[in-house]
Write a protein that binds this ligand. Sequence first.
Ligand code: HEM
Length: 208
Amino acid sequence: MVHLKSLIQSRYVIWFLLALPAWKYVHELFYPSRHYPELMQLSGELSVQILVFTLCITPLTLILRYSDWGKYISLWLLKNRRYFGVAGFTYAVIHTVLYVRQTFDLELIWLEALDWPLGTGWICVLILLPIALTSNRKSVQKMGSSWKWLQRMSYFAIIAGFAHWLLLDFFIDNAMMWIVPLVIAKLVHLGFRLYSRFKQRIPKAQTS
Ligand code: HEM
């Protein structure tokens, strides 16, 4: 009998679950339907949602580590973070391919990319590309400190992604539902970092 713990820890199970929503977009690529606008919206939103979740993992682990089960979840999240990031990027690529396939006119694609609403989408994908390509152990070892710097660029990518969403969507509350949690998570992260720096300084000040 397959053990539940090994199922949760298996990367193949995580890959499978992350790939599950992809089938309808891949189906659309081969058999275009009337659902194109709806699928564009869904694939774009899914990409942003997964990317936001990935960026919230560090702040989440800072809170979760205070309990025993929280420590376990934190380890699991940190171990699998890159799979979430790569999944977010893959849905952004599928979203882009759907658009290119539907538009099918290089001149029009170029002209639309020069405008802010779609240009911000292209900026987002172009920033995410090197980040996704270097999301492996070999690159971490080869690139050293520049790897961390590159990973931090993901914040610019998500800002561009949100700009793209806000410029295209009539209702800003859809994007806001994801912007607000991300901002809160980052404030929590910043708070923890400032607090731990402050704590490190106190013993030094006391001994001097
Ligand atoms: C290569 C660049 C991209 C192009 C050309 C592109 C194009 C489009 C198009 C044509 C739409 C449909 C607009 C409409 O309904 O009128 C759309 C929607 C959307 N895209 Fe992109 N996109 C790109 C990249 C991205 C990326 C990287 C993300 C996320 C990280 C994203 C997120 C979204 C979202 C959330 C929507 C839904 C907006 C709404 O609710 O109307 N897009 N995109």
